[in-house]
Design a binder for this molecule. Structure first.
Ligand code: UDP
Ligand code: MG
Length: 335
């Protein structure tokens, strides 16, 4: 059984590698799915920004998670690792999705802090030193907020903004607007995330759920450097559903109130019909109103059942207790 509360202490080694003094290690956690063309430019751009931090006592490592790529992504990663021993590659047995890939990266990370990043340079590496600086000031979470989303299509901007609004309106746990997975999290936050047992992982929500002292830095989101977005409209819709169902039971509970209101109105309407019949006698017409109310109630009921289905499906996935991801092989930098 899990304890009803979780207390996370810094690991014993943290004394020597405190983020505020001495050397500290920061792991960049990069899930990749069919990104053969993006890896070399990503590494070049990141190295340029992290090398100057060496003098400030921050050592970086890369954890790439190959999320079931069908192109030469894995080969590119292994090649890169030959010349840079800071690179670690986790090869998953198939495509498990970005959330699972990130979880795999965090699970094997033993650095003092981690920064999840996309490989397409949409999370710009020049923000890394800013994140580290805030961390050294003592913040346990440093969010990178997209100050400008003009690189996204109009539809994506509108739907993203609507998602944040709806989510934060009904969810118990609010998530910050326009903040993706790109952020720095301290060791303690990594441990807290690891302690969450759920299989269906909406990382943005989980990051927010664990809390901790948080700072924000802003950046402008650029276009992807190579390849294509892996998130189609349909996948984004499912992602939004995942977020809402993971952090709110409001859609499930609202049916109590919808049902109660409709029942109360029906009861009053019933009384009205009885009174009318008593006073004016039996009145046959009413085909249109009958059909409208039957169809309306039928629709409402199906919607309610569908929403129960959304949650039930997720309960089913949780209860099977399958692992979140399966690792085929790990390529350590020190092989
Ligand atoms: N990604 C992944 N597994 C997937 C889909 C995406 O690991 O099933 C990775 C992808 O390689 C990239 C990051 O997640 O590094 C973000 O993906 P993408 O740029 O397609 O998302 P977008 O920026 O369009 O939201
Ligand atoms: Mg992208």
């Amino acid at each position: 059984m899990n304890a009803p509360f979780l207390h996370i202490d810094r690991p014993a080694t943290a004394g020597e590698t405190s983020p505020k003094s001495g050397t500290a290690t920061v792991a960049l956690i990069v899930p990749v799915h069919n990104e053969e063309a993006a890896i070399a430019p990503f590494l070049a751009a990141v190295r340029e920004n992290i090398d100057p931090l060496k003098d400030a006592g921050v050592a970086f490592e890369f954890i790439f998670i190959n999320d079931g790529s069908s192109d030469a992504t894995l080969e590119r990663l292994i090649e890169a690792q030959r010349t840079d021993r800071r690179i670690q590659v986790i090869d998953l047995s198939r495509n498990f999705g970005k959330e699972a890939a990130l979880t795999a990266g965090l699970d094997c990370c033993d650095a003092d802090a981690a920064i999840p990043m996309d490989v397409d340079l949409q999370d710009p590496p020049h923000v890394i030193p800013l994140l580290v600086e805030k961390w050294r000031e003592g913040f346990e979470v440093v969010l990178a907020k997209r100050a400008n989303r003009s690189s996204d299509s109009f539809l994506k901007q509108r739907s993203a903004s609507m998602f944040y609004r709806v989510h934060n309106w009904i969810a118990q746990q609010k998530i910050p607007h326009d903040v993706g997975d790109f952020r720095l999290i301290d060791r303690q936050v990594i441990e807290a995330l690891r302690s969450l047992p759920e299989r269906r992982r909406f990382m943005k929500g989980l990051f927010a759920w664990v809390g901790f002292r948080t700072a924000t830095v802003e950046y402008k989101r650029d276009q992807r450097i190579a390849g294509q977005s892996k998130f189609s409209g349909w996948r984004l819709w499912n992602f939004a559903l995942e977020g809402i169902t993971s952090f709110s039971t409001a859609p499930l509970e609202i049916w109590t109130y919808v049902g109660a209101t409709i029942s109360a109105l029906s009861f009053l309407y019933g009384l009205l019909i009885i009174a009318k019949t008593l006073v004016f006698g039996i009145d046959v017409p009413g085909y249109a109103s009958l059909l409208v109310s039957v169809l309306f109630l039928g629709g409402i009921q199906l919607l309610g059942i569908g929403i129960i289905g959304q949650y039930l499906g997720r309960v089913y996935a949780e209860i099977k207790q399958r692992p979140i991801y399966i690792v085929r092989r790990t390529y350590e930098g020190t092989d």
